[in-house]
Ligand binder design. Structure first.
Ligand code: NAD
Ligand code: MG
Length: 392
């Protein structure tokens, strides 16, 4: 009967941020499932060498390089290959609005991912969302637009993928709370007298995950978990008091949902981003794979503890921004992006990142119900102010 099997058409995937940690892992997933997926668009900011290599291997119809100065070399390398080459931030956004793809994997890092993702939603594309900053900055507008356009936003972030998977089949049932698990990062158990001397390379070494530089620093400061609380609030329409963070150093339980009868569902597995990436691309189906399996007989304990909010103040500040709402999370995010940049370039120390964020939050005017334009303005103003603290 094999010859008579009717296969669904291949899902056409556009990867925005294809040269990053998420983007490259997504291409691995696609390479193992070429009967299900094809690549339509690839975008990158500056790594033109890798972008060219990916384009030659995966044959998208369009590639976009964010850095204009790399346009000629990319166009040259792909000439005669039937691949349309574009350049610049406006082109990244324009490509997001193209007709001929089905799903965007939003894997750009930071605020830069917001405009392309919004454009994709406006043109009715399904979203596999890795770029959490999009929801941190303008979650109300993004989710409202997704509802209007009836497009699913499927989380790629492992915690949110876990919650999403726990909610399958539970649409009628009220969530009492979600428990976001945090590994605790490379400095779990450390105190400020240690953190004050932490250097870039040490902070970039995460015990359980290999990720891009920005999210690695966010994981070390626990800002990542703060951003994820805000991401969860918008994705699952939760009140701040329904979101709890628990440190779980083994990163086996990726997050949990507690329902109103007290029953708790968890999603588990080895820490490997390919799994949530594959789940989001293939949703609602699951795809068999050869990824390593978690073995209970080789793990003696799964442990849980409270986050240390006194030491990792970023998590507390992000929690406050979530409760405050309005433009506070957008300001938090902008200040954090600048602070992380400053730390990665050795301009400020590890603990000073928090000072930059706190001072920026204190300085920026509060807007209760910002328009999209006001979110953009809040981002720009907060960035400028935070940068002035770094003397950049
Ligand atoms: P990364 O730094 O490895 O890759 C970022 C990608 O975005 C690259 O392709 C880069 O070219 C592109 N990019 C960077 N700046 C850009 C700009 N200004 N304009 C357009 N494109 C730009 O980052 P990553 O670790 O892959 O993370 C991507 C997103 O996914 C982040 O929002 C992160 O929080 C989220 N995420 C990542 C992981 C992970 O394991 N890496 C896990 C969960 C969530
Ligand atoms: Mg995560």
């Amino acid at each position: 009967m094999a010859g008579n099997t009717i296969r669904a058409p291949r899902k056409r995937i556009a990867i925005f941020g294809s040269t990053g940690s998420i983007g490259t892992q997504a291409l691995d997933v696609i390479k193992s499932n070429t009967d299900r997926f094809e690549v339509s668009i690839l975008t990158a900011q500056s790594n033109h060498g890798l972008l060219i290599e990916q384009a030659l291997r995966h044959q998208p119809h369009t590639v976009v390089i964010g850095d204009d100065s790399k346009y000629d070399v990319v166009r040259e390398a792909l000439s005669g290959k039937g691949i349309h080459v574009m350049a610049g931030p406006a082109s990244i956004e324009e490509a997001a609005g193209f007709e001929d793809y089905d799903m965007m994997l939003a894997a750009i890092v930071g605020f830069a991912g917001l405009r392309p993702t919004l454009r994709a939603i406006e043109s009715g594309k399904h979203i596999a969302l890795a770029n959490k900053e999009t929801l941190v900055v303008a979650g109300d507008i993004v989710m409202q637009k997704a509802i209007e356009k009836r497009v699913p936003v499927i989380p790629v972030d492992s915690e949110h993928s876990a919650i999403f998977q726990c909610l399958v089949g539970e649409l009628q049932n009220r969530i009492e709370k979600v428990v976001l698990t945090a590994s605790g990062g490379p400095f779990l158990g450390k105190k400020p007298n240690f953190l004050v001397n932490v250097k870039r390379d040490h902070a970039l070494r995460h015990p359980n995950w290999t990720m891009g530089a920005k999210i690695s620093i966010d994981s070390a400061t626990l800002m990542n978990k703060g951003l994820e609380m805000i991401e969860a609030k918008w994705l699952f329409n939760l009140k701040p008091e329904q979101i709890q963070v628990v440190v779980h150093p083994q990163s086996i339980i990726h997050s949990m949902v507690q329902f109103e009868d007290g029953s708790i569902k968890a999603q588990m597995g080895l820490p490997d981003m390919k799994l949530p990436i594959q789940y989001a691309l293939a949703y609602p189906g699951r795809i068999p794979n050869e990824f390593p399996r978690f073995d209970f007989t080789k793990t003696s304990s799964l442990t849980f503890e409270q986050p240390d909010l006194k030491t990792f103040r970023n998590l507390a500040i992000a929690g406050e921004a979530m409760y405050k709402g309005g433009n506070a999370p957008a300001v938090l995010n902008a200040a954090n992006e600048i602070a992380v940049f400053g730390f990665l370039h050795n301009r400020i120390g590890f603990l000073e990142m928090t000072d930059v964020i706190e001072q920026t939050m204190a300085k920026m005017p509060f807007i209760q119900r910002p328009t999209l334009q006001e979110y953009f303005e809040s981002d720009a103003e907060a960035r400028n102010f935070a940068a002035s603290l770094l003397k950049m």
